[in-house]
Design a protein around this ligand. Sequence first.
Ligand code: 5GP
Ligand code: ZN
Length: 111
Amino acid sequence: MEDDCIFCKIIKGEIPSTKVYEDDNVVAFKDLQPIAPIHDLVIPKKHVQDITGVDDPEMLANLLHGVKEVAKAEGMDEKGFRLITNVGEDAGQAVMHLHIHVVGGAKLPTR
Ligand code: 5GP
Ligand code: ZN
């Protein structure tokens, strides 16, 4: 846990969020500024800045398991959805706690 990390605060319940999935390792909640009808974020409960800081491959497996559960919970598993994870400055990462965007609920642009 990092004291000044907003996603750590969401995990601790200090900042409210609309949770869509939670298990021992990950939490998923609705993005505050959705770019599509469904836009959720899946994050590890352990604070890691981005995917390059992951030293245990199991964390990645847990995140992807969370993605699958979110897709199911949101009813996106039949029609499709998209995953995005921004890493660092060039990608415009704004929150420095690893997160996977899960986006869907509409036909998404291909470019
Ligand atoms: P990034 O650019 O770092 O990949 O995206 C961060 C995402 O977090 C953005 O899509 C933004 O809307 C979302 N976000 C930032 N602060 C909050 C918050 O306090 N609550 C929720 N639910 N989403 C947030
Ligand atoms: Zn954090």
